[in-house]
Ligand binder design. Structure first.
Ligand code: SF4
Length: 314
């Protein structure tokens, strides 16, 4: 699932968590409030069944999301997951025809600069109304969706028609189904400008079991990242939560950095490592909070120092 993160990045390092980035000279106080609020807001389906809008810090603006897992099934059970499992799903599978119509409608409003007709967008500054990506994500793991290639095919078809300006497609994944034939078939339609954001939240199986509670081992996650990263550039997304008031142990951070180093040495083309933390309260009851900015900045620094990879704090 795609997460919106707090307003932190390399520009804010040294400031308190949640501190705002300085606004451009033309940004007024009202706009400042709108920007800060926007990045913390939950996604909004805007009355749709499968398509939603989110103002994403990591995407740096508006992302249109495709929920490939309306049944809310995931093979991970992350302590920080924001999916509300108490609420029964409206749909058990994605209807590609309906998804396509909803996506085209929202793209039309976006590119015709009519988003402010919808109340959710009304007070957002112009810069946050520019589409950054169409994101394949959802209430579970998108690569386990049986219709993955059909969905990618339809999104790519809409893009290729030329009705709308080019938009980037981003796959946000926990890597579980990255090597499945259905996923590979869909990924063949990705261009060089599209992106895969692969989750890696741990450097040891013990810590992964604590944070992600997955049904696949860490070695499989690493193997999947390596396999895809040898074929095309990928972005690693790493969420480090505060669990029960505890930060990730120093040893764990070093192990995590080592795993990245091994991926790089093995030939994975990692263009960016996104370091961020839990933002909103999780849905499953555990006490899970936001890691201090100094710790996130430290992790990013260790990634840079040890691996030479580009790492940013969000
Ligand atoms: S990968 Fe984790 S955060 Fe994403 S949907 Fe599954 S359990 Fe939730």
């Amino acid at each position: 699932m795609e997460k919106t993160a707090v307003r932190q990045d390399t520009e804010t390092a040294g400031k308190a968590p949640g501190a705002s980035v300085a606004l451009p000279a033309n940004g007024g106080a009202t706009e400042a409030v709108a920007r800060d609020t926007a990045f913390g807001r939950p996604r909004n389906f805007l009355g749709n069944r499968f398509i939603y809008a989110v103002i994403s810090q990591r995407a740096r603006g508006l992302s249109i999301g495709v929920n490939l897992n309306p049944d809310k099934k995931c093979n991970f059970d992350c302590v920080y997951c924001e999916v509300n499992h108490a609420e029964p799903p409206r749909d058990l599978e994605i209807d590609v025809k309906v998804m396509s119509a909803e996506l085209q409608q929202l793209l039309r409003l976006t590119f015709e600069k009519r988003l402010r007709e919808l109340p959710w967008f009304r007070n957002l500054p112009e810069e946050l109304l520019q589409l950054k990506s169409v994101t394949l994500s959802g209430d579970g793991e998108p690569t386990l969706c049986p219709k993955f290639s059909e969905v990618v095919q339809e999104v790519a078809r809409i893009r290729s028609q030329g009705t709308f300006p080019f938009f980037k497609i981003v796959l946000v994944t926990n890597t579980a189904g990255l090597t499945l034939p259905e996923t590979r078939k869909g990924l063949q339609l990705f261009t060089a400008r599209d992106e895969i954001w692969a989750k890696l939240d741990a450097g040891t199986q013990t810590y992964m079991d604590k944070v992600n509670r997955p049904d696949i081992p860490l070695r499989k996650v690493l193997a999947n990242i390596l396999a895809i990263g040898r074929e095309r550039p990928i972005i690693i997304q790493s969420l480090f939560p505060l669990i029960g008031g505890e930060e990730p142990p120093a040893d764990e951070i070093e192990q995590y950095v080592q795993r990245l180093q091994e991926l790089k040495a093995g030939g994975a083309q990692i263009t960016l490592v996104q370091i961020y933390s839990a933002h909103r309260p999780p849905q499953r009851g555990e006490y899970c909070g936001h890691l201090p900015l100094r710790t996130l900045s430290y992790i990013a620094r260790r990634v840079r120092e040890v691996t030479g990879l580009r790492a940013e704090v969000f």
